[in-house]
Write a protein that binds this ligand. Structure first.
Ligand SMILES: Cc1cc2nc3c(=O)[nH]c(=O)nc-3n(C[C@H](O)[C@H](O)[C@H](O)COP(=O)(O)OP(=O)(O)OC[C@H]3O[C@@H](n4cnc5c(N)ncnc54)[C@H](O)[C@@H]3O)c2cc1C
Length: 407
């Protein structure tokens, strides 16, 4: 098995790491010339950390990340009243793993350390894939083609490979724009530095913050109404700190502490896309944001890419029949990721309720939740075990129908 991975982000690197870890050949082709430290904060929940542990990466993660002490701490915009919070230290007892707060660049570095030297090819922009019954070829701008058994399209939210296979997924404007800033910890008071994933909820907008990079930096992400016609969807688009502050004028003092310290901010529009029903097209499998671009309100984008990678590798390692392995991948990953896409979609309206009856009911509902145990469906999930189960089911069905198609 010779696997070509297009995209050296979280999903692509994780895929290569899982495959190489078990002796399969995998090469990663990334369009960027260098892996610059791009991005900001990412929450890694137990469902993803469980898989990274199998790659032996949790010590490296611990050196660069922070364990979440309190998670999903929802606060009221006006006075900072805590509406809900979860003691995330319990995650280890309940789910066997902690949740971590990590800078995207640190996570990329940690994954890179698990990849065989010489298997990441930078400055390779994929411009097309062609497949036959026996192999698949990826073409790159100004570079030789790569030939393999399987292409993993881990080329992100704007996936050119996905677009070439099924056309562009129509993007709906969510009416929101996102803001993101990174603030050095020394510029902030202690109350902004605890390893808490804090979410401030207010009418039409919300703001999230938590420390990353072992506590040296605080990540701030916020969502506010977009301006008419605003459609740039890029993690690196620039915004104005003054505009950012204006969006949250009058909010409780800790929000002011954070925003007063912002000197640079990025701002982009948030687009929503409907789920796909199929992630595999012949010898090409979509993975991560290319397969299931999701609104960021459930903090699972990176986690789901890692789950995809672990599941795909588990399926490929269990059988030499590529068709069966890929059928199992789709069977197990589509329902799981669609559920999370939908949950992320629904969260926007709930987070942004205007003050009034609906908001009071939401805030009351927070008090009746059984906290962390409600998250078992998300955190207790073992993507590799599920993939092996799906594989057994697919292989059984194929046997019953008179045999599979070799690959
Ligand atoms: C610059 C950047 C910053 C981000 N910042 C954050 C953040 O702060 N917080 C957060 O939660 N999430 C962030 N994300 C998104 C997050 O990393 C993903 O949602 C998640 O990790 C899913 O990973 P992925 O591998 O599917 O996609 P990504 O991590 O987006 O990786 C896709 C990769 O594919 C490469 N690529 C695209 N087209 C081609 C091509 N034609 N040929 C070769 N390579 C190609 C891209 O350069 C990129 O490296 C960021 C993504 C990017 C690209």
């Amino acid at each position: 098995m010779d696997v070509i991975v297009v995209g050296g982000g979280i999903g692509g690197l994780a895929t290569a790491a899982f495959l190489q870890h078990r002796g399969l050949r995998a090469r990663v082709y990334e369009q960027a010339r260098t892996l610059r430290p791009v991005g900001a904060g990412i929450v890694l929940a137990p469902n993803a950390v469980r898989l990274l542990r199998r790659l032996g990466l949790t010590d490296a993660l611990a050196r660069r990340a922070l364990k979440v002490r309190t998670g999903w701490e929802f606060r009221r915009w006006q006075d900072g009243a805590v509406l809900f919070s979860q003691d995330m230290t319990e995650c280890e007892n309940l789910y066997g793993e902690a949740a971590w707060l990590v800078h995207r660049a640190d996570l990329v570095d940690v994954l890179l350390s698990a990849i065989d030297p010489g298997t990441l090819h930078l400055d390779h922009r994929c411009i097309g894939v062609r497949q036959s019954a026996t192999h698949v070829t990826a073409s790159f701008e100004g570079r030789p083609r790569a030939l393999g058994d399987l292409v993993i399209a881990a080329d992100g939210i704007h996936s050119p490979i996905r677009d070439s296979l099924i056309g562009r997924i129509p993007a709906r404007d969510s009416g929101l724009c996102a803001w993101r800033a990174m603030i050095p910890a020394e510029r902030l008071p202690d109350r902004c530095l605890s390893p808490t994933q804090t979410l401030w909820l207010g009418p039409g907008r919300h703001l999230v913050h938590y420390p990353v990079s072992a506590g040296r930096t605080v990540n701030v992400v916020a969502f506010t109404p977009a301006s008419p016609g605003e459609t740039v969807e890029s993690w690196t688009a620039e915004g104005e700190p003054e505009d950012f502050r204006r969006e949250f004028a009058g909010w409780a003092p800790p929000v002011g502490d954070l925003l007063d310290a912002v000197t640079e901010v990025s701002r982009w529009s948030v687009l929503d896309r409907s789920p796909l029903q199929e992630y595999v097209h012949g010898r090409v499998a979509l993975l991560g944001d290319a397969a299931h671009p999701m609104l960021p309100f459930f903090a699972q984008g990176a986690g789901q890419a890692i789950e995809d990678a672990g599941a795909l590798a588990a399926a490929l390692l269990e059988t030499e029949d590529l068709t069966t392995a890929l059928a199992a991948y789709t069977r197990v990953r589509v329902p799981r990721t669609v559920q999370i896409q939908q949950a992320s979609h629904d969260r926007a309206a709930v987070n942004h309720l205007p003050d009034g009856q609906g908001q009071k009911e939401r805030d009351h509902a927070f008090t009746t939740r059984d906290s962390l145990r409600d998250s078992a469906w998300l955190y207790d999930y073992d993507a590799q075990a599920e993939a092996r189960e799906a594989l057994a089911a697919v292989a059984g069905r194929r046997r019953a129908m008179g045999g599979g198609v070799g690959g």
